[in-house]
Design a binder for this molecule. Structure first.
Ligand SMILES: CC(C)(COP(=O)(O)OP(=O)(O)OC[C@H]1O[C@@H](n2cnc3c(N)ncnc32)[C@H](O)[C@@H]1OP(=O)(O)O)[C@@H](O)C(=O)NCCC(=O)NCCS
Length: 120
């Protein structure tokens, strides 16, 4: 059964960080895995925008704030993205009766979007 849904859009231009902003976001917002995935790509601002949209969509699906770095985006070998709930957010799966978190991300040069569906 679907027990939550969230959607978010992120404007890519806001994620074309300079060096100091990139360092700040890498410390406060993104996980090490997200940073190393994105920074290997030529269009890394699109990737960072997509991950930010995924974090916001996850918050919306659960219906409350969750610290940014407690929500991580990982990828299967196929490239399919997934949400990893980290640290204290990991317990949300059990307390909210969520068995699977589904994530889809898309991005263009100007905008990124993510949809999250929670399944019990
Ligand atoms: C997966 C695919 C459909 C992406 O489409 P696209 O129009 O090139 O790119 P979009 O901007 O819409 O989407 C890119 C995002 O798709 C997601 N994605 C990549 N591979 C995926 C997969 N196998 N399944 C689901 N989502 C995938 C990722 O989140 C990626 O963004 P990220 O790497 O920054 O996280 C395309 O690369 C493709 O056809 N790949 C080969 C076949 C395949 O694996 N198909 C699976 C889905 S049918």
């Amino acid at each position: 059964m679907i027990v939550g849904v969230g959607i978010d859009l992120a404007e890519v231009a806001r994620y074309r960080f300079d060096e100091s902003k990139l360092a700040w976001f890498a410390r406060k917002i993104y996980t090490e895995r997200e940073m190393s995935y994105a920074m290997r790509k030529r269009n890394w601002p699109e990737r960072l925008a997509g991950f930010f949209a995924a974090k916001e969509a996850t918050r919306k699906a659960f219906g409350h704030a969750i610290p940014w770095r407690w929500i991580g985006v990982t990828h299967a070998r196929s490239g399919k993205p997934a949400i990893e709930l980290r640290e204290r957010a990991a317990s949300l799966m059990e307390t909210r009766g969520v068995r699977t978190v589904h994530l889809s991300i898309t991005h263009t040069t100007s905008v990124a979007a993510a949809v999250v569906i929670l399944e019990s």
